[in-house]
Design a protein around this ligand. Sequence first.
Ligand code: MFK
Length: 635
Amino acid sequence: MSVCSALLTCRVAGGRSKVLRGVPPPLSHIRLASVAEPGTRRTVEEELGQPAGYLPFSGAKIGSFFQERPVLKNPFLEDALLRGYMRRHLPQEAASSDLHAFGERVANEVDVWGRECEVNPPRLVQFDPWGHRVDHIVTSPAWKRMKDLSAQEGLVAIGYERSFGEWSRVYQMSKLYIFSPSSGLYTCPLAMTDGAAKVIQSRGVSWPVDEAYSRLTTRQPKHFWTSGQWMTERQGGSDVGSGTETVAVPQTDGSYKLHGFKWFTSATDADMTLTLARVQDRTGATTAGSRGLSLFYAEVSRDEDGRLTGIEVQRLKDKLGTRQMPTAELLLDGLPAHRLSEKGRGVASIADMLTITRIHNSISAAAAMRRVVQLARDYATRRTAFGKLLKDHPLHIQTLARMEVETRGAFLLVMDVCRLLGREESGVATRHDAHLLRLLTPVAKLYTGKQAVAVVSEGLESFGGQGYIEDTGLPGLLRDAQVLSIWEGTTNVLSLDVLRCVARSSGMVLQAYFTHAKSLLAGASGVSRLAPAVKSVDLALSQLEVFVQVAATRAPGYLELAARDLAYSLARIYTGALLIDHACWVGASSPDTYAALRWCEQDLCPVATKQERGCYDLSSASHDVELVYDRPIQG
Ligand code: MFK
């Protein structure tokens, strides 16, 4: 027995030993066990020269085996698809070396801050000790470091500097994809900041938003601002048009004061916001519905007494996840603001922001999947069960491979939307590209949001019980994934948005979709290893065309019932085509081919399958009602 352990233990009858109360165990206890090679189990007794048969479990001794934790490695270097995609589309050394360096920073520095944000969530201090209203949202030091880092790394700026032309958005979103799961949800304020910059840029950078634009898009931490997006009110939620009660009272200098109650304002520590309100006329009347909404810009400031100008923070939201980030209820009580849109054009004017935040949402969804897969596959090389490492259990690896297929599909779908956005912003987009961007933005958001919940949930299971333990940091991944299908438009609201953009474009968005999907497939004709996948996508495209023709002859209620399945079909078919296209690239690997084949084995066109079964007929709708409200028979 070493001197150290002799000092710490005292023998009791029967050979059992006890650690003296209040005295910590020697560090070697923990260190020796935790650094053991995978599969080897050196007991403490062996290390300390204990006699054989010595019982390690007694008193405060807790045994000698400690499972190694999963290790986060450089998320860029670990991601074969991301690296392949960049080599294919953006091979410039400057981009890949920046992603490489940023990946190193994320793994070794930023990830710990993200965890700090989670365990040290924001809190609201409404009053100072003398009773003055102060409404301070106190955030963790790590949250503040995220803001500086975001500016330095250009996480918003890259999209506006456009150093890589039409590929600038792909480059920016790749960085965010690496950052997102370690960001402590700082990607949320960045999404809205990016969206606000986009709205300002689309409308023209001039007073009163010229300074704001330069602050939103700077790389200087001291100058950098984040923006909020205050759209949701108590009656509002998805139905912004009829649920917005906030009024804008005109001032003599042409500005406005806003009065209302914003029910969900995320990242409320922002420096400015874009929001919607109804302009009052001279009689105090306003116009109802969407047509009464205008877009406003407001800065968040404090008066000389330290009070927020025109804002009271009612309370912070107690959320399932995204706890790292403050979300508040705000009373707007004369908030000074400037109108940015024409009167009544608020929703249309904030739509650019919705496009950007929905793309960020999709990036975060793909990133959550990628992170859980990276951790799970690392863990499978460290965890032994039933006599071998998890990586040597084929069923376990099959499960991880299925998660990988979903992750790859999500990544390619989202990156294609970023590619289209980059083309639009650099002025090279065709009308066809613009239609595709409009259609695929809600499709990607709604589909990846659902995938993320499923894949992250499966990912937690691959850690066994540890996946359910809070301080591993894993459960937070699932809680945070759950919001991705809710905020920025729920699955059903976005499915209806898909229908709306089809109708408003008189079907042009679908025409662009079919043309592009077919052109992706054309490159794979004659590639025998991909033939089954090509055949499946081809067939699904034909089924979708038939569905569209039939649905066009039915009452509007028919399409509404089919909306979700239609959106899923659009996502699955297009993603299949993208996976096939990527697998045809000269630098593609055999896993790229395998992923495409596996993806295309699923029902790619569920809307056709369900149409055949009569799921959208009126009778189905009434059966749905009966089922949902089924009551036990009385008596
Ligand atoms: C990590 C990522 C983090 C992301 C940040 C999250 C933090 C923020 C938390 C939030 O959740 S903020 C609130 C999010 N709320 C929503 O997303 C609202 C969801 N509801 C909808 O999207 C509804 O569809 C909508 C409010 C837009 C419906 O309103 P309307 O007034 O009934 O819309 P309408 O009449 O269809 O369209 C009005 C105009 O806007 C039309 O233009 P025109 O008048 O010129 O024809 C539309 O074309 C245009 N528009 C609507 N949606 C659009 C769009 N344009 C482009 N893209 C869209 N998606």
